[in-house]
Design a protein around this ligand. Structure first.
Ligand SMILES: [Zn+2]
Length: 348
């Protein structure tokens, strides 16, 4: 299996995230990716490369999934943050004010602190000097992996951070800025797959991916995740969200109670794979978070390391060209083993 790794991911390294009223060290760290890369290298699952970077082609791909004003915001965010106060050079940008329902979100505020809140849905996602560059390079990994699969590879793995599945067409949050899984799905569509499925196995609901494709009939989105009544991102991810308009029926949420173990989780995976089959997908994107692990510090399922081999085997049973996109997983010492177990179980 080809891996495309993000060579610039270290440029995004937040200091703190706001968590339950405290600034705490970021859970989403560069070491996560380094552990996966080390484990991939150790097991020699296939070639590991960096993606081709054609800036114009990448811009065009980003614009298919994300809104122009949001991409503009991200591109200039760091210089705007410094313009707000030169002392900000030593601080991450975190929002502290948001438009509540009933307030205006159609107008772009001049004050950058307000723009931060307009485009963010939490204060857990620090924007740093290198965030835009790192996120762009990560998006190139996802798009490159999709191109490899569209070109005939059985599977490919986009090893990138920051993660992507919480980012919507016009917003960031949940440690995510650009939606890598959505970009991969769109690239597969553009390369000729008439119907594409995104299966999100991260502990947290893939709200960004859901929202991007919610009204579209050509991309099925399935997410297995902690029940939003108690788990982040809280305000979306319920079972009754089935898609809208032309996309009615093309979204499936499988929320599970905190504390769920592998047996019950695997039943949900089988339901998700049944939906992929019924949809008639010609290609699959797996949003591969391993924060379902029993030792994850911010999540609540109870999968064990050996279970991820079975997850990979189950995913292979769909017999579809498959792009894996790295998402969450915060038990840093285990994230490499767990992620590569899925890929090994799937088969190179
Ligand atoms: Zn997650």
């Amino acid at each position: 299996m080809l891996t495309l790794r993000n060579p610039h991911h270290h440029l995004h390294q937040g200091r703190h995230e706001m968590f339950r009223g405290r600034l705490v060290p970021c859970h989403e760290t560069p070491q996560r990716l380094d552990h996966v890369l080390a484990e991939l290298t150790r097991r020699a699952l296939g070639p590991i490369r960096t993606p081709d970077t054609d800036a114009a082609a990448l811009d065009a791909a980003l614009a298919q999934v994300h809104e122009p004003r949001y991409l503009q915001f991200l591109e200039h965010a760091w210089s705007d943050w410094l313009a707000l106060d030169p002392a900000n050079a030593g601080r991450d940008a975190l929002p502290s004010v948001w438009p509540a329902p009933g307030m205006r979100s159609d107008l772009l505020p001049e004050n950058f602190a307000a723009r931060l809140g307009l485009f963010a849905f939490d204060a857990g996602t620090p924007l740093t000097a290198g965030s835009w560059f790192a996120a762009r390079a990560g998006a190139a990994c996802a798009i490159g992996a999709a191109h490899a699969v569209a070109g005939g590879d059985r599977s490919a793995f986009a090893l990138s951070r920051p993660p992507g599945h919480h980012a919507g067409a016009g917003f960031f949050g949940g440690y995510c800025f650009l939606n890598n899984a959505a970009l991969a799905a769109q690239a597969l569509r553009d390369a000729g797959a008439a119907r594409v499925a995104v299966l999100d196995v991260d502990y947290h609901h893939g709200n960004g991916t859901q929202s991007i494709f919610y009204a579209r009939a050509d991309v099925l989105t399935v997410s297995i995740h902690g029940d939003p009544r108690t788990e982040y991102p809280f305000f979306i991810g319920h079972a009754d969200e089935r898609g809208a308009g032309a996309g009615a029926g093309s979204n499936l949420n499988l929320p599970l109670a905190r504390g769920t173990g592998f047996e019950r989780w695997r039943e949900a995976l089988r339901s998700g794979l049944d939906a992929v089959r019924l949809f008639g997908a010609q290609a699959l994107v797996v949003a591969l978070g391993v924060d379902t692990f029993e030792g994850d510090p911010i999540s609540g399922f109870r999968l064990r390391s050996a279970d991820y081999l079975q997850v990979g085997q189950d995913l292979a049973s769909a017999s579809l060209p498959t792009v894996f996109v790295f998402e969450g997983g915060y038990a840093v010492d285990a994230v490499g083993i767990n992620t590569v177990n899925v890929l090994e179980g799937f088969g190179a």
